[in-house]
Design a protein around this ligand. Sequence first.
Ligand SMILES: Nc1nc2c(ncn2[C@@H]2O[C@H](COP(=O)(O)O[C@H]3[C@@H](O)[C@H](n4cnc5c(=O)[nH]c(N)nc54)O[C@@H]3COP(=O)(O)O)[C@@H](O)[C@H]2O)c(=O)[nH]1
Length: 960
Amino acid sequence: MTPSRWQIHSQHTASFRSVAPVLWLLTGAAVAAWAYFSMATPERVRHFLVLHQGLETLSIVVSALVFAVGWKAHSINPQRNVFILACGFLGVALLDFSHMLSYAGMPDYVTANSVAKGINFWLPARYLVAVSLLWALGLHWHAPGDSASAGPGRFAVLALVLGVVAAVHVLVFWYPHWYPETYGSTGLTPFKIAAEYGVIALYAASLALLLRLARERTSFDVARLFAAVWVMALSEFFFTFYVTATDPFNLLGHVYKVVGYYYLYRAIFVGTIEAPYRALKQSDKALRAVLDAVPDLMFEVTRGGRYVEIHTRQPELLLLPAEQVLGRTIHDILPPQAAAVAQRAIDAAAEHGVARDFQYTLDLPDGKHWFELSVARKVMDEASEAHFVVLSRDITQRVQTLDTLRKLRHAVEQAPNSIFIAGADGNIEYVNPAFSVTTGYSLAEVVGRNPRLLSAGGTPLSVYADLWAHLSSGRVWRGEFLNRRKDGREYYESAIISPLHDEQGRITHYLAVQEDVTERKRDEERIRKLVNFDALTGLPNRTMFASRFSQALALTQRSGQHLALLYLDLDHFKNVNDSLGHQVGDELLVEIAHRLQLVLREEDTVSRPGGDEFIIVLPLADAQHAAHVAESLQSEVRRVCRLGHHELVVTSSIGIALYPEDGREFETLAQRADAAMFRAKETGRDTYRFFSADMQAHSLRVLQIENALRSAVVQNQLALHYQPQIRLRDRRLTGVEALLRWTHPELGLISPAEFIPVAESSGQILGIGEWVLRTALAQARAWCEAGHTGFTVAVNLSMVQFRHPGLVEMVQQALADSGVSPQMLELELTESIAMDAPEKVIAIVQQLFDLGVQLSIDDFGTGYSSFSYIQRLRVHKLKIDQSFVRHLGEDGSAQHIVRAIIGLAQSLDLESIAEGVETATQCEALLSLGCNTGQGYYFSRPVPAAQLDAWMTERRVTLV
Ligand SMILES: Nc1nc2c(ncn2[C@@H]2O[C@H](COP(=O)(O)O[C@H]3[C@@H](O)[C@H](n4cnc5c(=O)[nH]c(N)nc54)O[C@@H]3COP(=O)(O)O)[C@@H](O)[C@H]2O)c(=O)[nH]1
């Protein structure tokens, strides 16, 4: 900061403060003395001469000291100002000495003494002081230690001063008349007074220079010099007042002169002697502080490693106390390995001047420490033995930190996750190898670039907004980006980005740890699809459909409208599977699923709960809309499907249930749509049906039967009736068919056509079927034992029984248990059984055949079995379905079918039997067509075994 015009530099403030009181006092005293002695004629001072001589001697001594100090200081701190003052004061001392010897009252000094002679030496002395001061102050003051600026040398100045002094002496001794009169009979002459004022004027000029210098930093004590000049100026005033040479003004002037000289001496002494020493002390202190601040162990050793000096602030790092180390060598103190390293460092320093980075370890009480040596040869004179300054730095923490950093670097470089570090400006500064592997960009390619170069453009802007909101507030961000590799491939990356802070808490970098999660996302998507979608068709599965249904229901409920649930089942899909294989069946399902979706709106959902069934929810749909959609779906399904080289036409049956009329929750609506779909099947297929009240009643009835059936066997509610099978040619009895009858105490007689399907769907048919077989065999045994043989007892096998793996064993066991000959047992398989899994069926039929039982295919003509397939089935009879027999005689087509079946049986060498024969016409027609056997009400209704005996007797039916 630049001080204001009059402001004293801070360097001088304290010094000025210390001299100010003295100056005020002396000035005040001078004014007071002047006032006091001016009022009355001052009296002569007693013993003036003694006092004068004493004061002069004092001032001569001080002047001599100024010279001595100033002259001698030149060798320490050469300053021209100082030696000018010193030389000046030598002259002053000599002139004052002559002034003292010339004083009146003293023995004559070369020539006769007088007051005037004393003044003649006095005045040149004063001018010499004033001029020396002005000259010295006018020069630039150098800092201690600087060499003197160019100009006359100190001997030249000394010679000049001595010359002036000599000239003054010559003038005063031998040419006093050249000198104007300075003292007369009335005291001081005007010349003398004017000369004194001239000195005062020179002092004033010096004071002005000093005030100017006080505003700057200087190498000398401005305040004391100012005090010296000020007091000397006061002294000069006294010398203008006195009348007689012995009055008080004269004495006071000498006193002030001595004080002034003292201040001058102090200023010179402080500036030249004290200041350099103080500076030296200061620098020594600073050096020591620097040494103390050095954190390292510092040794001075010889070439051989002998310790000469030790300096440390951490004595605990020394292996021994310093006093025990000094005088010994590194080989005495350090372990051999460390000593060898230290010696190598010293040798290297001896050769090159400096040696660095020599490391060794020491086992200290608190563990292993690493030290690093720096050695420098100490510059000494040639003759002395070479010394070396050794700095031993404990780098344990640095080594450990470097070790940690190395591990961290390896961890980052070998991390499987891609990592990058960006600066505060967001530009990349570092990427690890995994980053390059993932992105395809090398470190050099991305350094200085913004990470947005990876963006594939698909990440929502809100993700970036959230990212920067987190980072700018110093928080960690976790999220996902859709990025693009260098080769253009897109990938998903999950990222954790953290801001890195410096000690002041400012964000300096960003650290991103990222992972390519593309595969994981694909897996998740696959799992999501597996969990929620049908693997074959890609349609929502049951779980997903339930969720979509809930949404649709909620939407419908909010709007107060209707919702439709449709159950669609493909008609005779099984035939496709069986005849063309499951591959084609699957392709057909995929195609149908696709077609269904084409018909539906975006808000509609279709699902495949299994097999060839599809369930569809239509939110905000009334009956009319549902019917319209059902028709569209059916016509879309009905279109020809081209699957490979196959051309298929399939139809579908649809059941429809409406919310809220038919139910309020999914289960109820699904059950009712299913019931409606069955009704559609029953009513000829390729149609749709809405759920109705009678279907509801039917469902309840099914439930009732299912429950009641569970106790039917144990409660003895079941019975078998037998219907005769008559050979048409001779009306002989060839067999009987066992037909199940169930009489429930409350529900009454229930037809097997009603309860057998319920027993099948509830799984109870297995137990019931076995009961039928064993009961029929028991009856057969009874007939055998009664002598009625030569006919078969036919038992119906349900599809569920046939599929059961233990069927053959069960039949075998029942036969064995009954003791009935297998030939007497006939098992009726429906044509639909025969169509199920052909190879498996052929195998089971073969096993049953091998048991020796008779086998017939029931309801023949209603299925789709081919000639080649029937040929491979080891059966004995084809049983013509009663629907064809019923229309014999009235319907030409029925006759053709019956003829065809009989022809097929004949060609395969099988028996043919017609069921449902109710009239003689039918009987005749069958006979004429070549049918072997008939069964029907025309011969007999199914009757209990006891009645059958009576019937045989009554109708005189004979056994074969
Ligand atoms: N798995 C089992 N199925 C069985 C068993 N018992 C019967 N059934 C099957 O139930 C269906 C209905 O049987 P049912 O009411 O007994 O009807 C049979 C005859 O009564 C009836 N029939 C016989 N003759 C005539 C006739 O002249 N007119 C006429 N309208 N109906 C007649 O036909 C049924 C015989 O059927 P089928 O077995 O195909 O020969 C029926 O499908 C039975 O198979 C059983 O124990 N197990």
